[in-house]
Design a protein around this ligand. Structure first.
Ligand SMILES: [Zn+2]
Length: 477
């Protein structure tokens, strides 16, 4: 159903839940009428009387349900084409929709080819065409030697450029050294683009691995995590901050796991450097010591750390030092995940969290007395702002009518088999979550709703393009 009117007692507007009637036209929020408590029923009658045929395009949300902006997940590895057995556009974006994520921005690596020039972006868009259930945008990548490709990628609609400072895990996406990083950042700064960085220091990890690993199997998670220590993040981030200072390039730190880097990040921001940072649901939900031995579904890089670190990340979110929470959804096949089992060293490093991430973070936030409106700011508003998605992220006139209907009371136990991801492997298996996404709307189109739980979702997703997109570029469809 295409919505023209949504009436609800609890709509997230300007940071608080208020009764409201949203008028939707051509996929966008055309007008917002604030209502008084309990006024919804009367409003429904008025709409029916005044707008002939509106009954077919109207939904009245139950008073106990919340209406939030669709979440924007800017860190998702879809892996198609090339590693579609790990995840694909159909399964990945279906999982997104069911988890309340109405926009994703796909990472440039793990698909083959990686998105490092306009031609590879075109290949990826062709692969995605017609099989996405939510809106999808694309990051470009920085690898040694592709600096000249960055501006064309930006103008073709890439949202920014990802690089690694150590091996990425796949050979076709090599890391950059300090000199190459600065060359790319200087180029991206020329067109005011954004560089996003996997910040772990290769030498620190090399040294830690010599000490801890190599000699034995590491099946205990906390032992394996010692091979990727806090210092690896701190060292890489402090060098990155220096590069931001030198180049002036807008820069974003991906998947911060170590709270020990927060002080230098906060100081860099106080200094006025254009630096933002994200963390991920798994760093906020889990702690290394509680992970069962050999459980590769929890392996991710950088690793999950101890409980004190976890709470420090929550504090940093509350204080606004960390801007955003994104899934870093990076699944693989069972074969890759269990390679070398129970030794964790050879297993694929990446957590499948796209469908569960929002409700898991909302659940953990509630346990800490943090309202879901805060979670929405981290997972919708701030991620949209990070990517420059000016039509997404909040419920406001002129924005896309991307909405999530959320039942704060319903409790579910996660079962990997029940998720829409391609591979039924989940760190959240058996995890009990209170609060669940029961409906989603994309540009006014109901993807699913509490009234209708049987109709198949329709692949109505569209491509998103970054701020640098030129209408006349060869990427225009
Ligand atoms: Zn990632």
């Amino acid at each position: 159903m295409t919505l023209r009117h949504l009436i609800a007692e609890q709509v997230l507007l300007g940071g608080e839940f208020v009764p409201a009637h949203l008028e939707i036209l051509d996929g966008e929020i055309a007008r917002i009428h604030r209502l008084s408590t309990g006024e919804g029923r009367r409003r429904e009658e008025i709409v029916k009387a005044s707008d002939v045929g509106a009954g077919a395009g109207m939904t009245v949300v139950r008073p106990s349900h919340l209406v939030l902006p669709g979440n924007v997940d800017t860190h998702v590895h879809i892996n198609e084409p090339g590693r579609t057995s790990w995840e694909g556009f159909a399964t990945g974006t279906m999982a997104a929709a069911l988890g309340g994520v109405t926009s994703v921005v796909d990472m440039p690596l793990n698909s083959i080819p990686p998105t490092v020039d306009v031609e590879s972006l075109r290949i990826k868009q062709r692969a995605a065409m017609g099989q996405t259930y939510v809106d999808v945008g694309f990051w470009g990548g920085i690898i040694p030697g592709n600096t000249a490709q960055l501006r064309p990628l930006w103008e073709a609609g890439a949202f920014g450029f990802k690089c690694f400072l150590l091996p990425s895990g796949v050979d076709e996406f090599p890391p950059v050294n300090g000199e190459q990083l600065r060359e790319a950042m200087a180029e991206v700064a020329r067109f005011d683009g954004l560089v996003i960085v996997h910040a772990e220091d290769a030498e620190t990890i090399e040294r830690a691995t010599e000490v801890t690993g190599r000699r034995r199997r590491l099946s205990h998670y906390a032992d394996w995590a010692l091979t990727r220590p806090h210092d690896a993040e701190v060292a890489a981030i402090s060098d990155l901050i220096e590069a931001v200072r030198e180049t002036g390039c807008r820069t974003h730190i991906l998947h911060l796991a170590s709270a020990r880097a927060l002080d230098i990040i906060a100081a860099a921001r106080t200094e006025g450097l254009p630096l933002t940072v994200e963390t991920c649901p798994h760093y906020l939900c889990f702690e290394a010591d509680s992970i069962p031995d050999g459980a590769a579904e929890f392996k991710c890089c950088p690793p999950i750390r101890d409980s004190g670190n976890r709470e420090a990340l929550w504090d940093a979110l509350r204080e606004g030092i960390i801007d955003a929470v994104v899934s870093d959804h990076s699944p693989s096949t069972a074969e890759e995940k269990h390679r070398g089992a129970p030794d964790l060293q050879q297993a694929w490093g990446g957590i499948s969290g796209l469908q569960v991430g929002f409700s898991a973070v909302a659940h953990e936030a509630r346990l800490r007395g943090i309202g879901i409106e805060q979670v929405s700011s981290w997972m919708a508003e701030n991620t949209a702002a990070l990517a420059g998605l000016s039509r997404k992220g909040i419920i406001a006139p002129g924005r896309d009518a991307d909405l999530v209907i959320y039942d704060p009371q319903e409790t579910n136990v996660v079962s990997a088999m029940g998720l829409a991801h391609k591979n039924p492997i989940s760190a959240y298996e058996h995890y009990e979550i209170t609060g669940t996404v029961i409906g989603a709307v994309l540009r006014g189109i109901e993807l699913f709703s509490p009234r209708d739980t049987t109709s198949a979702l329709a692949p109505v997703g569209q491509f998103l393009r970054g701020a640098g997109h030129l209408e006349l570029s060869p990427m225009t469809r």
